[in-house]
Design a protein around this ligand. Structure first.
Ligand code: ZN
Length: 301
């Protein structure tokens, strides 16, 4: 199932993708006599398996009733998508140096990290598909890209065993961990350089866990103005999704709707020779097979 947030009458609404159309989940469900499905993504994720089961029934009903589908949906091409979770309740948890080649190109540690390197980005970094990445040219001229697989937590848990960690996943989306490299270095902790407004494009939608049973076999890539800069596979992660969740949850409760960005592979701008950084008007495309394409322009001067 592909769940998304789109703009309708100026407000965010929960939608699901069916035959290249966006179904308004709450409206379509109540038209079919079920008024319990919410109109926002976070509430839906919190309802967990019950909401997913109801949404599956909704898809079945609409798949066999073309008129009902047409009434309760709009073509995807005519909608404006927002980030799947436009305002996360908490900071996004991110992981640094989680691909061996990227750890090597970054040259900040000898060898590979023994433990996941967690840091966070504030919710104010989140923007949706096609939204411009703000140009903070007065603050930094070393703004870089990082395509990442993003995990949406679905089930609350603490001290989650690695072998059950994927049961706590609601689904996956694509993220771009935009980073001001000079600020990242200057302030030592990465929060500032990775925390500027609009520095976390997310989307285009969440693919539920049942559709991606093997999160360590996904090809991910990033293009700037059509030119491929990153092209790797999640099989190259040092710590896989299950391990990242298990270790993060030690003594620390994960909540439904929490977002975990799993690190970027090699090919980022600062490590290229010569280094390359984003410029006003550039177009960045982050893509993961089986999930989708997240495209964002960089705003003008
Ligand atoms: Zn990152």
């Amino acid at each position: 199932m592909r769940l998304l947030t789109y703009e309708r009458d100026g407000a965010p609404r929960l939608g699901l993708l069916l035959d290249e159309r966006v179904v308004d989940v709450a409206e379509a469900a109540s038209a079919l006599g079920d008024a319990t499905l919410p109109h926002d993504m976070l509430a839906f994720v919190e309802q967990g398996d019950a909401a997913l089961a109801q949404a599956r029934r909704l898809i079945e009903a609409l798949s066999s009733d073309g008129e009902a589908l047409a009434r309760s949906s709009v073509p995807l091409a005519e909608t404006r998508l927002l980030a799947p979770i436009p305002k996360p309740a908490r900071n996004l948890v991110c992981v640094g140096l989680n691909y061996a080649e990227h750890a090597a190109e970054s040259r900040v540690t000898e060898g590979l990290p023994e433990h996941p390197v967690y840091f966070t980005k504030p919710p104010s970094t989140v923007i949706g598909p096609d939204a411009p990445i703000p140009w903070h040219g007065h603050v930094s001229r070393r703004i870089d890209w990082e395509v990442e697989l993003v995990v949406v937590i679905g089930r609350r848990g603490i001290d989650i065993p690695e072998e059950r960690a994927l049961d706590h996943v609601f689904g996956y989306t694509v993220g771009n961990d935009v980073t001001a490299r000079d600020l990242q270095r200057r302030h030592q902790q990465w929060y500032k350089g990775k925390g500027l407004d609009g520095f976390c494009p997310l989307g285009p939608w969440i693919v539920t866990r049942d559709e991606l049973p093997a999160p360590q076999e996904l090809q991910l890539r990033l293009r700037v103005n059509g030119e491929t800069k990153q092209d790797a596979n999640t099989s190259d992660m040092i710590f896989g999704v299950a391990r990242l969740i298990a270790v993060l949850s030690l003594g620390m409760t994960l909540e439904p709707g929490d977002l975990l960005m799993t690190g970027t592979p090699s090919g980022v701008g600062f490590a290229r020779k010569p280094p390359e950084y984003l410029q006003p008007g550039d177009v960045v495309e982050a893509e993961i097979d089986g999930i989708g394409l997240l495209r964002n322009p960089v705003a003008g001067e």
